[in-house]
Design a protein. Structure first.
Lengths: 480, 96
């Protein structure tokens, strides 16, 4: 039987505030354990949390970007459960009346557009971090670092409208790009600043029923999410085919084995006894606040992509790559601003710059080559000063030495030879010293033309203008 | 409405508490009384009254996003019965 999957994703994104959600402790990543804690985030008796205004603003940005309707009156709730990473015994989250509800993201898989609904976006605090390995007594103890306790998170819950692992991957990619464009989350899944859990069930294709679902956790990369979903679809289908029943359970993705395994140990009671947080007053996000946020929202990835296609007349493929991150898009726009050759700029950035950045494992912000420097190189090709081939060599040098393109071209004497007489002289020499190939050419083996081209370029160290060489070579060969 | 001993045990488990059989018996009785009283409250006519979670008419109390000094680590983990290497230690439990 054919099955289709019903997938809903739950994403937690750490907000890039300097201080925690309800106290002034730092949110810095990588500090020594338990350095950024205070009576409030440790849940000491008698303390009072006070809401970080910036966290609300960041969450509102996401709500607006996802086309959600914000609840003008919302409140916080306590989610009660025991776990060693939660010193208060409850997490301050939102339950009824979350910050925002009912939005969507448009994704595209195999050239087909699809709209994925967003159920809700709400604010909550993060829990501490547990370490089970690598410390002195790790064989018998678990270690807790409370630095992460109280760092602001937004939880973004999708409708169960995702049908394939590819759609899930696209949805995640879009969401991450939006978070980064809004400058509210680093989007770094390995560092845990973006986390994704999935709910998944299968049903006969075309059915509209909802079957028993499993919850998948512990995916640390976008591809991990995709693979975990693929595995789980297959596993559930096999269970059903054998006449078995899917158990409602939480399963963990094991990346090293590429399987999902049931979470061992006592299954936690899912009875959180939510109730309104008495220590925090309601949050009122009136229309003027939401409008102010909407006004200051930057251009979002999809809009930017469409504008690039329109304004710079580059292919959709190029526009998609260039708008993957907002700093990369800025780099491109600046470069075009200087060189006025939008397609060349796109090619150089997509091929050479991105390759270099990948080799050096750095972001565009750390690129040693400024957009202006790259633009100068492109202009030198456009003016015919250097050939495209030589430009590659100049590029490598520029990237290493951070010297300007014209400086390198001058110093290394790389200026393209466009003097027809000089080229004619070299071509004649090459043709004369290769009588065997000339004979072949005369007999109609025009393939040797490439050989002569190569020899001429070699003799001029690649500096001869290829179009001129082509033309003159043809003349000389055909008249020899 | 009567509370059963099973419900008391369930609530105790959620609250991470252990009770003796006598205590369970006592709480069964006491919790039933509380629930009964709630039942009385339920009979009140609250038609047209907004559900209230906060009785003072205050909203939007914020702090600015500024870092303030945290507790020195010795202080913050002082109460933990077991600690080492800057961490709080608990008996080993694993997610997998």
């Amino acid at each position: 039987m054919d099955y289709e999957a019903v997938i809903g994703l739950e994403i937690h994104a750490q907000l890039l505030t300097a201080s925690k959600l309800f106290c002034g402790c730092s949110t810095r990543f990588g500090d020594p354990p338990n350095h950024n804690t205070c009576p409030i985030c440790l849940g000491m008796p008698g303390v009072l949390p006070v809401l970080n205004r910036k966290a609300v603003e960041f969450a509102l940005r996401m709500a607006v970007a996802l086309h959600c309707r914000t609840n003008p009156f919302c409140r916080f709730a306590r989610k009660n459960y025991f776990y060693p990473d939660l010193p208060k015994g409850y997490q301050i989250s939102q339950y009824e009346l979350p910050l925002a509800e009912g939005g969507y993201i448009d994704i595209e898989v195999d050239q087909t557009k699809k709209r994925i609904g967003i159920t809700r976006v709400h604010l909550e605090e993060d829990a501490g971090k547990l370490l089970h390995e690598g410390l002195t007594e790790s064989d018998s103890k678990s270690y807790i670092d409370f630095n992460r306790c109280g760092i602001p998170l937004i939880e973004i819950v999708s409708e169960p409208e995702i049908r394939t692992s590819e759609e899930a991957y696209e949805y995640l990619t879009q969401l991450k790009t939006i978070l980064q464009y809004l400058e509210i989350c680093s989007g770094n899944m390995e560092e845990g600043s973006l986390r994704c859990d999935a709910n998944i069930s299968i049903r006969p294709a075309g059915s509209s029923e909802f079957m028993t679902k499993t919850e998948l956790k512990n995916m640390n990369t976008f591809r991990g999410v995709q693979r975990a979903l693929d595995y789980e679809i297959k596993r559930q289908a096999e269970v059903v085919e054998k006449g078995g029943a899917i158990e409602r359970e939480t399963r963990l993705w094991d990346a090293s084995q590429q399987v999902t395994i049931p979470m061992r140990g006592k299954e936690e009671e899912h009875d959180y006894r939510y109730f309104p947080e008495p220590d925090l007053v309601p949050l009122v996000t009136d229309e003027s606040w939401v409008e102010e946020v909407a006004h200051t929202l930057p251009e979002l990835p999809t809009a930017k992509r469409d504008r690039f296609i329109r304004e710079y007349e580059i292919p959709k493929y190029d526009a998609e790559i260039l708008t993957q991150s907002s700093p990369l898009a800025d780099y491109y726009e600046q470069c075009v601003g200087y060189c006025h050759n939008s397609k060349a700029a796109s090619n150089w950035i997509m091929v050479e710059i991105l390759r270099k950045l990948k080799e050096d494992n750095i972001d565009i912000e750390q690129c040693p080559l400024s957009p202006r420097a790259l633009a100068e190189l492109i202009s030198l090709i456009d003016k015919g000063t250097i050939s495209g081939k030589i430009a590659k060599e100049v590029f490598e040098d520029m990237y290493q030495s951070q010297r300007s393109a014209s400086e390198i071209v001058q110093e290394k004497g790389l200026v393209q030879i466009t003097d027809q007489e000089e080229i004619r002289r070299v071509v004649s020499q090459v043709v004369e010293s290769n009588p065997k190939q000339l004979e072949q050419y005369r007999r109609g083996q025009t393939r040797v033309f490439g050989f002569f081209m190569g020899q001429v370029m070699k003799a001029t160290q690649g500096k001869a203008n290829p179009q001129l060489v082509n033309k003159i070579l043809k003349e000389i060969l055909d008249s020899s | 409405m009567a509370i059963t001993i099973k419900e008391v045990e369930y609530i105790a488990r959620l609250a991470n508490l252990e009770f003796s059989p006598e205590e369970k018996e006592r709480f069964t009785h006491q919790l039933s009384q509380i629930i009964d009283y709630m039942g009385q409250l339920q009979q009140l006519d609250t038609e047209g009254v907004e559900p209230t979670s906060h009785i003072i008419p205050v909203s939007n109390v914020f702090r600015e996003d500024r870092v303030r000094p945290s507790l020195p680590r010795e202080e913050s983990i002082k109460n933990a019965p077991d600690k080492g290497e800057g961490f709080v230690k608990v008996p080993k439990f694993l997610e997998t």
